[in-house]
Design a protein around this ligand. Structure first.
Ligand SMILES: NC(=O)c1ccc[n+]([C@@H]2O[C@H](COP(=O)([O-])OP(=O)(O)OC[C@H]3O[C@@H](n4cnc5c(N)ncnc54)[C@H](O)[C@@H]3O)[C@@H](O)[C@H]2O)c1
Length: 366
C-alpha cells in the first residue's frame, strides 16, 4: 500500500510521543515538521532526523496528504481549517476544538471539500479497550446499566513546562481529560443522549511548580472541578468526575456495570492495563487482554488507521464525527452547570468499528 505523506504542525511536548510511535506504523511517511516557533520544529527535526519547515511550506507541499495538528487546543480549529483550505486531510490532537460550534465548522468544511477529519484520542484502539468492547458486545456483563468514570489530579502545573493553556478558556479538566473517558465510553456503550452536571473553581490562581517557571502564578479562567451524569442513548447512566483540584482518591478510572456482572476498564489515557470482571460482590477475576497494541505507546495508531482508511476508502475509527460528539458532550457539562438543566445532545455518531486482530496485524503493523 502506498505510504501516506504526513505534515506535523505543533512540535511541543506530545509531538515526541507521536514521532516515536509513528515509527511502528509504516504507512506513515512524515514529510516535515512545522511550528509557529521555528526553534521547536528544528529541535524535533534534529531529534528524529526529519525535515523542519515553515507552516506555509508544509501546507504548500504536495506530498503532504494529512496534516497532523499537535498545536494547543484553542488553535486546533484555526490550524485545521487552514489545512483543509490547503486541500489536506486533518488529524488533530484532542479536543477537536474548544467550542462545539467551531468543531462543527471544521467538520462541515471538510465535508464540503470531501476531505477527512480525524482526532485523538486513539487510546480506545488499544488492546485493553478493544478487549473490553469485545466482552461487552459478546454479552459478558449482560445489559449495560451504567458505570463510573473518574479523572482527578492536583493539576498540570506540577510537570508541564507551559501549563497556562490548561487554565485558560478552552482548558480545564473536562476539555483536557474527558476526551479519553467519553471516547472510550462511546466505544463501549454507544453515543450519549443527555448530560447533567455541576462545576466549580476552588482556586482562582495556580502556582507553577514545574521548571522553568517555578513560583510563577497564573490566572484560572475555567472550572477546575466537574461532576456529572451521562445518559447514553442505550439508557445506561454513567457518573463522571473530572478535576484538577484533588490530591488523592481511590476510584478506578472506568467501571461498567451490567445486569450480569461488572467490568473494570483500564485507564483510557493508556492503551493497555488490567481488565477485571465480577459476577458477584468481591469476586473479581482478571481477564486476558486479547488484542495487540496494549503494551506501550501507540499514540498515532488513530492516524495510521486513518491513513489506511484513506487508501482503502473505508471509514476511519478515530473520526471527526466521534470527536465532535465528544466535544458536544463536554460542552454540555458547562451548559448544564450554568443553566441548572440537563442538556440534550444532538449528534449521534456511529460507534467506531471494532479492531479485529487479523486486520490489526495485517494492515496496521505490516
Ligand atoms: N502534553 C501531553 O502529555 C499531552 C498528552 C496528550 C495530548 N496532548 C494534547 O496535545 C496538544 C499539544 O499539547 P502539548 O503538551 O504538546 O503542548 P505544547 O504547548 O508543549 O506544544 C504545542 C506547540 O504548538 C505550537 N503552536 C501553537 N499554536 C500554533 C499555531 N497556531 N500554529 C503553529 N504552531 C502552533 C506551539 O508553539 C508549541 O510548540 C494539546 O491539544 C494537548 O491537549 C498533550
Amino acid at each position: 500500500m502506498k505510504r501516506v505523506g504526513i505534515g506535523v504542525i505543533g512540535c511541543g511536548v506530545i509531538s515526541g510521543a507521536y514521532l516515536t510511535a509513528a515509527k511502528g506504523f509504516p504507512i506513515l511517511d512524515i514529510r516535515g515538521l512545522a511550528d509557529m516557533n521555528p526553534a521547536a520544529a528544528d529541535a524535533r527535526a534534529k531529534e528524529f532526523g526529519l525535515k523542519a519547515m515553515s507552516v506555509e511550506a508544509l501546507l504548500a507541499d504536495p506530498t503532504v496528504e494529512i496534516v497532523l495538528n499537535l498545536t494547543i487546543p484553542k488553535a486546533h480549529v484555526a490550524v485545521g481549517l487552514r489545512a483543509l483550505d490547503a486541500g489536506k486531510h486533518v488529524y488533530s490532537e484532542k479536543p477537536l476544538g474548544v467550542a462545539f460550534k467551531d468543531g462543527k465548522k471544521l467538520i462541515e468544511r471538510a465535508a464540503q471539500k470531501k476531505l477527512r477529519v480525524g482526532s485523538a484520542p486513539d487510546t480506545f484502539l488499544g488492546g485493553a479497550h478493544q478487549t473490553c468492547r469485545k466482552l461487552i458486545d459478546a454479552g459478558k456483563i449482560g445489559i449495560p446499566v451504567g458505570g463510573t468514570a473518574y479523572f482527578m489530579c492536583p493539576g498540570h502545573e506540577r510537570w508541564h513546562p507551559q501549563p497556562d493553556f490548561y487554565y485558560q478558556k478552552g482548558g480545564g479538566p473536562v476539555l483536557d481529560m474527558a476526551p479519553y473517558y467519553i471516547t472510550d465510553l462511546v466505544n463501549l456503550l454507544g453515543p450519549v443522549a443527555r448530560v447533567s452536571a455541576m462545576t466549580s473553581m476552588p482556586k482562582p490562581k495556580r502556582t507553577i511548580t514545574s521548571q522553568p517557571r517555578q513560583g510563577e502564578t497564573i490566572p484560572v479562567e475555567v472550572a477546575t472541578h466537574a461532576a456529572g451524569v451521562l445518559e447514553f442513548v442505550s439508557g445506561a447512566l454513567v457518573q463522571m468526575s473530572m478535576s484538577f483540584d484533588v490530591p488523592a482518591h481511590r476510584h478506578l478510572p472506568i467501571e461498567i456495570y451490567g445486569t450480569k456482572g461488572s467490568l473494570v476498564v483500564p485507564d483510557p489515557n493508556r492503551f493497555g492495563g488490567e481488565i477485571e470482571f465480577a459476577a458477584q460482590k468481591d469476586k473479581w477475576l482478571p481477564l486476558k487482554t486479547e488484542l495487540p497494541y496494549a503494551d506501550g505507546n501507540y499514540r498515532s495508531i488513530g492516524l495510521a488507521d486513518m491513513a489506511h482508511a484513506l487508501r482503502s476508502r473505508r471509514p476511519h475509527r478515530a473520526s471527526g464525527a466521534l470527536a465532535l460528539h465528544v466535544l458536544e458532550v463536554m460542552e454540555a457539562f458547562d451548559r448544564s452547570a450554568k443553566s441548572g438543566k440537563a442538556i440534550a445532545i444532538t449528534t449521534r455518531p456511529e460507534r467506531p468499528a471494532p479492531l479485529e486482530e487479523s486486520l490489526v496485524r495485517r494492515k496496521l503493523a505490516a
